[in-house]
Design a protein around this ligand. Structure first.
Ligand SMILES: CC(=O)SCCNC(=O)CCNC(=O)[C@H](O)C(C)(C)COP(=O)(O)OP(=O)(O)OC[C@H]1O[C@@H](n2cnc3c(N)ncnc32)[C@H](O)[C@@H]1OP(=O)(O)O
Ligand SMILES: CC(C)C(=O)C(=O)O
Ligand SMILES: [Mg+2]
Length: 512
């Protein structure tokens, strides 16, 4: 049997993934994800869109300076200022820096959005690719909305950008519209009608509006695509992007009919998925393929019997292959640092000694009130103690009285910009009173869009986990908080969102 063909994995969690509503990340958070992608050994990570904001520029620059191994891409429109700005951030990665420039090619986008003719679009694309190629030979061009583009025009622009120096040409299904057989035919058409096509890698970038992004990407690989663009947990614009874990595990599991491979270290998939959830607050549905809570759970008796006899009866891949280790030491109040550190590492957290110590103190405090500490508790501790944005607002103390008779009243003491302040407020319920008190003390004009409460793990001793979504002047942020007392967890979530809004205020658009 011949050697399987290697498919390049281009992860765009930090760019297209960040375009998911509420998924904006701070520089530190992006760097954490970037380290995890590095461990997972993706071939390329798209770190951001440098012209979009100072914060995004800094994040791409920091990632280009820090990450070794994967190539680092930055997105730019097809114009000089975007490309120059992208390279300013990417140059620190040297020959691993990739400028990714794009322009839309479908009639609908050219007419209504760009207000450009076909000739103007080709001219703009060629000029952009040449400018990018002046900085680096590592240039990717994307024909936005390629799937709804007239095929002869798509072939024309692809040929022109390859001649101009593009070494990767991406054929995106920007609006998640195509179906596997159609996408296969589009890639085949380009292979057969673009004379210089073999000089570039064909890339595919699928959105999930019809739930077909993974199927479409696999069809394109069969047609000759050499790179797949995808995101962890499938996050991304609207219904999201092709999910990295699904396409990678699909290729790994079905090599018998798909002779392709990737270099992804799949044992890091689960930890990466959890880290992203912890950072963004965007939880994975329990029945999500590969990383959902139920992906390896068996509830039905016949299935349980089968798995007890032989796992492969109902498991087409092992939990271990994605890094889900089911043979664990139980963590509780008698556990020491060795077991604690080993579990953190197996969850993908690579923490400094100082951070481990902070997390350990918090772990012991929790273990005093909770019999068993689960992985989800550790995620919450790490999110709460370590993955923190700078704290302009801090909760110091709070007390709430409520019940069927007393007017719900929250007394909250906070530190705001280093000043200690305190207030007591009556609300419709204990959470409402708490949020009103925090809002008053912070002086922020925010609107609460969403509030949810969950137990991180089962049992009455479970930690409560709250998520809030706040909006201020069109900017939305998720905040999370965990605590055995659910009202304290809610207060922490609200303050976490306020701190994120405050830290993202630095990310104003660059002066264009
Ligand atoms: C399919 C995708 O995912 S594409 C990536 C989408 N991601 C994002 O947009 C996130 C980051 N974006 C941003 O921060 C802002 O949109 C910016 C900084 C890029 C631009 O902001 P603004 O200058 O205020 O422009 P705005 O976003 O309102 O409109 C886009 C402009 O870019 C033009 N444009 C859109 N795509 C391209 C392109 N590929 N090449 C050149 N120009 C383009 C539009 O025609 C419009 O031009 P106009 O201002 O002359 O009418
Ligand atoms: C910028 C491009 C690659 C994109 O995200 C899309 O077309 O969906
Ligand atoms: Mg996209």
């Amino acid at each position: 049997m011949s050697e399987p063909k290697k498919i390049l994995i281009f992860d765009t969690t930090l760019r297209d993934g960040e375009q998911s509503p509420g998924a904006s990340m701070t520089i530190e958070e992006k760097l954490r994800i970037a380290h995890q992608l590095e461990k997972m050994n993706v071939d390329v990570m798209e770190a951001g869109f440098p012209i979009a904001s100072e914060g995004d520029f800094e994040a791409v620059k920091k990632i280009a300076q820090t990450i070794k191994g994967p190539q680092i891409a930055g997105l730019s429109r097809a114009n000089d200022k975007d490309i120059d700005r992208a390279w300013e951030a990417l140059k620190y990665a040297g020959d691993r820096g990739r400028i990714h420039t794009f322009i839309a090619t479908s009639d609908i986008h050219m007419k209504h959005k760009l207000k450009m003719t076909e000739d103007e679009v080709v001219e703009t694309a060629v000029k952009a690719v040449k400018r990018a190629a002046g900085y680096t030979p590592n240039v990717e061009f994307s024909a936005e909305d390629a799937v709804r583009t007239r095929l002869p025009f798509l072939a024309r622009i692809v040929e022109a950008v390859i001649d101009a120096g593009a070494t990767t040409v991406n054929i995106p299904d920007t609006v998640g519209y195509t179906m596997p057989n159609e996408y296969y035919d589009i890639i085949r058409y380009l292979k057969e009608n673009v004379p210089n096509i073999e000089r570039a890698v064909i890339s595919v970038h699928c959105h999930n509006d019809l739930g077909l992004s993974v199927a479409n990407s696999l069809a394109a690989i069969r047609a000759g695509a050499g790179q797949v663009e995808c995101t962890v947990n499938g996050i991304g614009e609207r219904a999201g992007n092709c999910s990295l874990e699904e396409v990678v595990m699909g290729l790994k599991t079905r090599q018998d009919i798909m002779p392709y491979k990737t270099d992804v270290v799949t044992e890091h998939i689960y930890a990466t998925s959890r880290l992203l959830t912890t950072i963004t607050g965007i939880v994975v549905q329990p029945n999500k393929a590969i990383v959902g809570a139920n992906a390896f759970a068996h509830e039905a008796g016949i299935h349980q019997h089968g798995v007890l006899m032989e796992k492969s009866t109902y498991e087409i891949m092992t939990p271990e292959s994605i890094g889900l280790n089911q043979n664990k030491l139980v963590l509780g109040k008698h556990s020491g640092r060795h077991a604690f550190i080993q579990r953190l590492e197996s969850l993908g957290y690579d923490l400094s000694k100082e951070d481990i110590e902070k997390a350990f103190v918090r772990f012991k405090a929790l273990a005093d009130v909770k019999k068993e500490i689960f992985d989800e508790d550790l995620d919450a501790i790490v999110a709460d103690e370590i993955i923190r944005v700078p704290e302009r607002y801090k909760l110091l103390q709070m007390n709430v009285s409520s019940g069927s008779f007393a007017a719900p009243t929250a007394t909250v003491q906070m530190e705001v910009d280093g000043e200690i302040c305190k207030t007591a407020v009556i609300g419709d319920g204990p959470v409402d009173a708490t949020f009103k008190a925090i809002k008053d003390l912070s002086g922020c004009d925010v609107r609460l869009l969403h509030f949810s409460v969950g137990a991180i793990t089962g049992g009455t001793d479970a930690q409560g986990e709250c998520t809030v979504r706040l909006e201020e002047q069109g900017r939305e942020q998720l905040g999370q908080g965990a605590h055995p007392d659910i009202i304290v967890a809610a207060a922490k979530a609200y303050i976490n969102a306020l701190n994120k809004i405050a830290s993202l205020q630095k990310r104003t658009p660059v002066d264009l």
